[in-house]
Design a protein around this ligand. Sequence first.
Ligand code: UDX
Ligand code: UDX
Length: 466
Amino acid sequence: MPIKITNICCIGAGYVGGPTMSVIAKKCPEITVTVVDINQDRIDQWNDPDLDKLPIYEPGLKEVVRETRGKNLFFSTEVDKAIEKAEIIFISVNTPTKTYGKGKGQAADLKYIELCARNIAKVAKTDKIVVEKSTLPVRTAAAIKNILDHSGNGVNFEILSNPEFLAEGTAINDLLYADRVLIGGEETPAGQEAKDILSSIYEHWLPKDRILQTNVWSSELSKLVANAFLAQRVSSINSISALCEKTDANIEEVARAIGFDSRIGPKFLNASVGFGGSCFQKDILNLVYIARTFGLQEVADYWEQVVILNDYQKRRFADHMITTLYNTVSGKKIVVYGWAFKKDTNDTRESAAIYVVDALLEEKAEIVVYDPQVSEKKIYADLDYLGTRTPEENRRLLTVAKEPIEAAKDSHAVAILTEWDEFKSYDWNYIYSLMLKPAFVFDGRRLLQKSTMDAIGFKYYKIGQK
Ligand code: UDX
Ligand code: UDX
């Protein structure tokens, strides 16, 4: 095994690969980091001289890229060349939920991972450490190893699992000040050596006691379980938000009261229109699939309920809007603030906004969307992907606004679906003056003050409060 690391390669220049490698490059100036991707457009965006055109928006990212790009951080489509040169190869390609065949709708589609493994096997001429960074079903490392060992050029591969725990919107901070880094590998002398080598990369900036070493299974499973626990907290508080709306209890007061219990803690207790993002639902469905595969029906059902509750929350929000707007939104202009799945990101994967808007479009509402970071192209692509109606109809019923305030003119309602800070600073008095009366605001993120909004004259609904 190579001890001195001079070259790292990462396959997949996405939300995970891009920021993670940028931080490694920043903290390890003696190592050349090459991020490769088969998508030429994406690589061109990463190489754009205008740092505001990077393919992903992440606070702090452009500063790190400015510091390292062209020095020891490179973005390229020359996958084979980068693989050949590197001692460590990170695989950070996407693993979407399968949309076909066995495990459809639940299992992860591993075709990209397998393609990567086969490619590494074909190209590698020296020993490599292959690191799975993508979230994967448990036992994928074993499958990758199998492919590498049987189709390679006789070189040695050590496979490590090194799941990513960064959250979008705070990725750079999460990487720089990680709670922990998890490295899973085989419990053999070579496996141990590989784990120590990868650990030494992170030790450039993190204390050693925060770098946990485990076996491969524990590492792979821990990633799914961490996301399942986090998502479960959101579904738990969201289930109580529905109860609060039927009673005089206020979800914020309840969350605060339980969060003060140090065993529960205050984080991840914000009631919302529902969790989104590329990971929570996918990882839970994966966990459910694995449990079912092993005949653990009760375990599978238990975790599946977290996703069922989340779907309920999104549907409930849309239904509440329709009921409140006198049971019909047909032909009514409704302005949607926020399309991203959370603030400070341009990522929209599984965003609650997509599903809420889809339900409103089914009722023939006229939707205007404003999001500070999400492009018009992406918004239409998200809706078209659902296939609920034709692309032409999506474009007829929904428009995308570049300017949020004037967009509210002559609208019946505003729905807040992402918690962007800028929404708080809008002149809501002026927005009120532009809207038809009664003017409704449906706050799916608990962003605004109820007393202020009531005083302006709005019919204001805040999730989790009567
Ligand atoms: C993805 C998964 O969603 C997540 O579960 C996992 O933990 C890490 O990988 P992300 O980085 O957000 O996260 O995905 P995405 O932004 O889609 O980036 C993946 C990139 O891999 C894309 O740019 C794609 O073009 C690239 N890719 C995919 C390859 O370069 N080669 C392939 O064979 C397949
Ligand atoms: C998550 C995990 O946090 C991260 O560790 C893992 O690596 C990837 O998946 P991410 O999906 O980027 O990260 O964002 P996160 O901050 O976890 O939020 C997920 C969703 O839950 C968002 O839609 C967010 O709005 C929602 N959420 C979160 C709530 O509705 N309420 C909360 O209290 C917290």
